[in-house]
Design a binder for this molecule. Structure first.
Ligand code: NAP
Length: 311
């Protein structure tokens, strides 16, 4: 029987993904398939989805074995009451490596104080020498696919890395903490704080005024996770008082970030437009093909979202 695979991400993704998906499926040994943007719902065996894609009502896709999200974050789809099939999120080598590069770059920017020389070409000979990475404490909230790899890269550079997650972990070179006490400790030592948590009811406003106050004076915040992790008003106030020296923000409650949002003009904020890391079509297609192979072989799917946890 021909395997019916519906591509239900936004239209511009189709030309980007069609070729890599076909190649990946063939390389995986799947040759009898129909990959298309329009298939009668009851015939669909597998579907590739993305937030704001054309399928918002999953009810008629009665025989679909799994919906595979092109994004790592699933907050825009997991709450859909019509989603009756398992949901796989994107864990992709290209996405992970992109995040490692972005996080490492922004940590190094702040650690080395690069701005002073990039923006300070004013004839003054400033000789401030930054500490070594091993004297710089970096905390990562979220030790999943992305947080753990970022922690590994920062540890390789000899940063003093602490990580925090929901469940206990044991990762080489990372001081792993969990629970409320662990969070307090993780924040209290964070000269540079990286947020790589998912957006769930439990993580919303996790960084509120009280928790911001736990950070050391002059801490740096780097948020490539999700906008709702931070109480924006509390962050702006902490930036105004100087308690937080700088925030580099890639994600926001409203995206694109509205032109009049105070983050744009705040002197201690760097805005990047949700570009920390992107799913890469070649590597992501291999993950999708592997999950379809697993579905056909009756093996468990990779990277399934736990609906109770919301990530
Ligand atoms: P993941 O593998 O699911 O990891 C999530 C981590 O967060 C896990 O360590 C998890 O703990 C922890 N966590 C979840 N809820 C928690 C809670 N209530 N308290 C403490 N820790 C909690 O996700 P990922 O692939 O690393 O991705 C992380 C997030 O990055 C995504 O959800 C997405 O929002 C964001 N992202 C952003 C971009 C971008 O371009 N800006 C790109 C990709 C992803 P356990 O390990 O104990 O489960």
């Amino acid at each position: 029987m021909t395997i019916q695979i519906l591509f239900a991400a936004q239209d511009p993704r189709w030309p980007q993904y069609e070729g890599p998906l076909r190649h990946a499926l063939e390389r995986t040994g799947i040759t009898d398939f129909n990959l298309a943007r329009d298939i009668a719902p009851e015939q669909v065996d597998y579907m590739v989805v993305a937030p704001n894609g054309p399928v918002q009502d999953f009810t008629p896709y009665k025989n679909c074995k799994v919906a595979m999200n092109l994004w790592a974050g699933v907050e825009n789809i997991i709450g859909n009451p019509t989603l009756h099939m398992p949901l796989a999120r994107m864990v992709d080598h290209g996405l992970t490596r992109g995040m490692v590069e972005w996080v490492t770059g922004h940590v190094l920017r702040h650690h080395l104080g690069m701005d002073a020389h990039i923006h300070g070409q004013d004839g003054k000979w400033r000789t401030h020498i930054p500490p070594l990475a091993e004297q710089r404490r970096v905390t990562i909230l979220g030790l999943g696919e992305l947080g753990a790899e970022c922690g590994d890269a920062l540890n390789y550079l000899k940063f003093d890395v602490t990580g925090w997650s929901r469940s206990p972990k044991d990762l080489p070179g990372i001081r792993c903490l969990h629970g409320e006490d662990g969070l307090r400790e993780a924040l209290s030592t964070a000269e540079i704080l990286v947020l790589l948590l998912p957006n769930t009811p439990q993580t919303e406003n996790l960084l509120d005024a009280q928790r911001l106050a736990m950070l050391p004076q002059g801490a740096i915040i780097i948020n490539p996770g999700r906008g709702p992790l931070i109480d924006d008003q509390a962050l702006l106030e902490a930036l105004d008082t100087g308690h937080i020296a700088h925030a580099t923000l890639d994600v926001f409650r409203t995206e694109p970030l509205p032109e009049n949002d105070p983050y744009w003009s705040h002197p201690s904020v760097t805005v990047t437009p949700h570009i920390a890391s992107e799913t890469r079509d070649e590597t992501a297609s291999q993950v999708i093909a592997e999950n379809i192979r697993r579905g056909e072989a009756g093996e468990p799917f990779l990277h399934l979202v736990d609906p109770k946890l919301g990530y």
